[in-house]
Design a protein around this ligand. Structure first.
Ligand SMILES: Nc1ncnc2c1ncn2[C@@H]1O[C@H](COP(=O)(O)OP(=O)(O)O)[C@@H](O)[C@H]1O
Ligand SMILES: O=C(O)C1=C[C@@H](OP(=O)(O)O)[C@@H](O)[C@H](O)C1
Ligand SMILES: [Mg+2]
Length: 196
């Protein structure tokens, strides 16, 4: 239906950024189903290519190696067409990655409170949260990263909301964003014609 042009999507490429546990992986997958786009989770891609889990990569190769993998993966996923990309929580923090992603298309940032993040991550293995006081660590790291996440294109809250509602809001906001892009593009066309 999408390829026949009967149903249109707001975008054919979008990335999801935000802190750990805000729902990038889950919402990204659901969004990709809703928009009939391919789905890539950069952490899963790294896991597959390196042949180790994220905690193993951190423990055996070090965080620097993981960040280099993320950088390489960003170069690749920004060349894809028809895809929803779920990033790792730190991917968008790197300035170079951020520039590449924002140039490629809209970056939707998901937000949640430190308490929600703690509840959603406490039974999982996030190497950066393997500390004595994970909630304190979440607060510190979130404060540090917040100004950077603010540089995303669209911001959506995920606290206490079912995933379907979040996906619906993202799609609405992407339509509004796409409308503005088209208006700018046709304005620029008019400007160019007027100058001819
Ligand atoms: N809106 C939501 N409501 C409840 N649980 C959620 C929601 N979004 C994600 N989760 C759950 O929280 C956990 C972390 O989500 P995940 O998608 O892995 O986050 P991220 O990729 O941002 O770290 C998962 O168990 C996921 O199913
Ligand atoms: O915030 C971070 O630096 C990280 C977030 C993780 O991804 P999620 O945000 O999907 O948990 C994963 O990439 C790695 O543990 C580092
Ligand atoms: Mg994830």
């Amino acid at each position: 239906m999408f390829s026949s042009g009967l149903i249109e999507r707001p975008v054919s490429w979008v990335a999801l950024a935000g802190f750990m546990g805000t729902g990038k992986s889950r919402i990204g997958w659901e969004l990709s189903r809703a928009l009939a786009l391919h789905f890539v989770d950069t952490d899963k891609l790294i896991t597959r290519v390196v042949g180790k889990s994220i905690p193993e990569v951190f423990a055996q190769e070090g965080e620097g190696y993981f960040r280099a993998c993320e950088h390489e993966v960003v170069q690749r996923v920004t060349r894809l067409e028809h895809a929803v990309i779920s990033l790792g929580g730190g991917t968008f923090i790197n300035e170079d990655n951020r520039g590449t992603l924002l140039e490629r298309g809209p970056v939707v940032v998901l937000w949640a409170s430190p308490e929600t993040v703690y509840q959603r991550t406490k039974h999982s293995d996030r190497p950066l949260l393997r500390v004595e006081d994970p909630l304190g660590q979440i607060r510190t790291l979130m404060d540090e990263r917040e100004p950077v996440y603010r540089q995303g294109t669209i911001h959506v809250h995920s606290d206490g909301r079912p995933s379907e509602e979040i996906v619906e809001e993202i799609i609405e906001r992407l339509w509004a964003w796409a409308d503005v892009q088209h208006a700018w593009a046709s304005g620029a066309d008019l400007g160019e014609r007027a100058a001819d």
